[in-house]
Write a protein that binds this ligand. Sequence first.
Ligand SMILES: [Zn+2]
Length: 93
Amino acid sequence: MTAEIEFRGHFRATALGMLQPGNWYLGFRCQACHETFAVLDDLTGTGEIEPMGAGVFEVACPVCSAANRYQAGDMLVFQSATAQAGQDVEPNR
Ligand SMILES: [Zn+2]
């Protein structure tokens, strides 16, 4: 069963600097360098989570430092392959 998580409003988020390989995260693909970075732990721990809502995240990419705005609907769910913040991943959505 997929859990839904709804974001409303404006969030000033900080990208996670270190990831736990094998863990699931919610994040975005950087608009500038196209690396994927995480902003939140997937609380289900399984990747079976569906971000939704009209929320907007303002967050700086940990790889290239570009600060941009991202829609909750563009949020990616991915399993980290490495401990690095920026990585090329296959999101499950
Ligand atoms: Zn970037």
